[in-house]
Design a protein around this ligand. Structure first.
Ligand code: ADP
Length: 333
C-alpha cells in the first residue's frame, strides 16, 4: 500500500511530536523527528550561542531522510520547512498554539529569555505558517489548533481521514489478464488498497485474439464492500474521452466505479496456461511483488497460447490508452 508523506510543522512547543507519535500509533505512518535524526547522526555544523543549540547541517539531514521519504508513509516533524524539497510532502500541517499557552509550555523547558522571546514572536507573526503557504501549492498547507488535549484528538482524526482519502485516491488501478499468473498477482495485491479491478477475458465464443485485437472484451463485475470514493474527489476518470474499443468503456467503468476489497475469479481456464507476454515484473511461476514506489499501475498481460508477440493482443495498447486517459494510472509495458 502506498502511503503519503506528511510534514508536521510549527513553532517549538506547539506539540508536534506529541501528535506525530499518536498518529504513528494509529496508522501505518512512520514518525521521523528531525531533531532525533540530527542528534543520532551528529548532523550539525556549529553551535548557536544565542539560542544555546547546535546548528543543523541541512544538506546532511536531507540526505539522511531521502530513503525514508522515498518509501512513503512518513510523518516528519520539524519547526521549519525551508530546506526540504517541496515534492517530498503531499500534505503539510502547521500546528498553532495561543501565545499565553505556548509561553507556559516553553517556560517549563528552561528556554533562556532570548530564545523564549524569539519563539513567541515566531508564533505571533505566524512565521512558519506563512513560510509553508509560500512554499507549497494551494490546498496543501493546513493549520491545526493545538491548545487543548481535545484539539489534539480532532487534529489526529483529521489527518487520519485525509490520509485515508489519499490512499484511496492513489491505490493501484490494476488491469490484468486472465491467467494463473494474474490470479497470483491479484492475490498478492489483495491486502493492498485496490481501488478498482478489471479482470479481462476473451469470451470463449468470440474468435481468435487476432480477429479481436482487444481480446479483453469484458470487464467482470467487481464486489464492493467499501464506501465509494467521495464524489467531490473522484480518484479516476475525470476527463475520460471517447472510448474506442469494447474493452475500454468496460474498464473505464471498473476504474471509475466503487473500490473493491475482493477479487473476482472464474473457472474459465481457456487461457489459464498463459504467462504475461508484456508484463515487466516477471513471468508465470514468479511471484509478483508490487513496488510501493510504483503505483498506481497497470499490468498488461496477454495470452501466449495464440503464439503472438507482445502487444499483438492489444493489451499493451489498451493499458497505454488507459494510462493516458486516467490521471495517475501508469502503464509498464
Ligand atoms: N493539544 C495539546 N493540548 C495540550 N497540551 C499539549 C497539546 N499538544 C502538546 N501539548 C503539550 O505541549 C508540550 C510540548 O509538546 P511537544 O510535542 O514537545 O511540542 P514541540 O516538539 O512542537 O515543541 C508537551 O508538554 C505536550 O504534552
Amino acid at each position: 500500500m502506498v502511503l503519503p508523506n506528511i510534514l508536521l510543522t510549527g513553532t517549538p512547543g506547539v506539540g508536534k511530536p506529541t501528535l506525530a507519535k499518536e498518529l504513528a500509533s494509529r496508522s501505518g505512518l512512520k514518525y521521523i523527528n528531525v531533531g532525533d535524526v540530527a542528534r543520532e547522526g551528529a548532523l550539525y555544523h556549529g553551535y548557536n550561542e544565542e539560542h544555546e543549540c547546535p546548528i543543523l547541517d541541512e544538506e546532511k539531514v536531507v540526505d539522511e531522510l531521502e530513503n525514508h521519504r522515498a518509501e512513503g508513509g512518513v510523518t516528519v516533524d520539524y519547526h521549519g520547512r525551508d530546506f526540504f524539497p517541496e515534492q517530498w510532502f503531499h500534505e503539510v500541517f502547521v500546528l498553532r498554539t495561543d501565545n499565553s499557552i505556548l509561553y507556559k509550555r516553553l517556560e517549563t523547558r528552561g528556554y533562556n529569555e532570548k530564545k523564549l522571546g524569539d519563539t513567541i514572536e515566531c508564533e505571533t507573526f505566524q512565521v512558519l505558517y506563512e513560510e509553508a503557504m509560500l512554499s507549497y501549492k494551494e490546498g496543501v498547507v493546513h493549520q491545526l489548533p493545538s491548545n487543548m488535549p481535545e484539539e489534539r484528538e480532532d487534529d489526529r482524526n483529521q489527518i487520519l481521514r485525509w490520509t485515508e482519502q489519499w490512499v484511496k485516491a492513489h491505490s493501484p488501478g490494476l488491469v490484468t489478464g486472465w491467467s494463473s499468473y494474474s490470479t497470483r498477482l491479484v492475490a498478492s495485491l489483495a491486502n493492498s488498497s485496490l481501488l478498482g479491478l478489471g479482470l479481462l477475458r476473451r469470451p470463449r465464443a468470440t474468435g481468435s485474439a487476432t480477429s479481436n485485437p482487444f481480446w479483453a472484451s469484458e470487464a467482470l463485475p467487481v464486489q464492493s464492500s467499501r464506501a465509494p470514493p467521495s464524489p467531490a474527489e473522484p480518484p479516476w476518470g475525470r476527463g475520460l474521452v471517447e472510448p474506442h474499443t469494447e474493452a475500454f468503456p468496460a474498464l473505464a467503468g471498473v476504474l471509475t466505479g466503487p473500490p473493491v476489497d475482493q477479487v473476482c475469479d472464474t473457472e474459465d481456464s481457456e487461457v489459464d496456461r498463459a504467462s504475461p507476454v508484456c508484463g515487466h515484473r516477471g513471468h508465470a511461476g514468479q511471484e509478483a511483488t508490487p513496488s510501493p514506489q510504483v503505483a498506481p499501475w497497470v499490468l498488461p498481460l496477454g495470452s501466449p497460447d495464440s503464439g503472438e508477440k507482445p502487444g499483438s493482443l492489444g493489451t499493451c495498447a489498451l493499458s497505454a490508452d488507459l494510462a493516458l486517459r486516467f490521471p495517475g494510472l501508469s502503464a509498464h509495458l
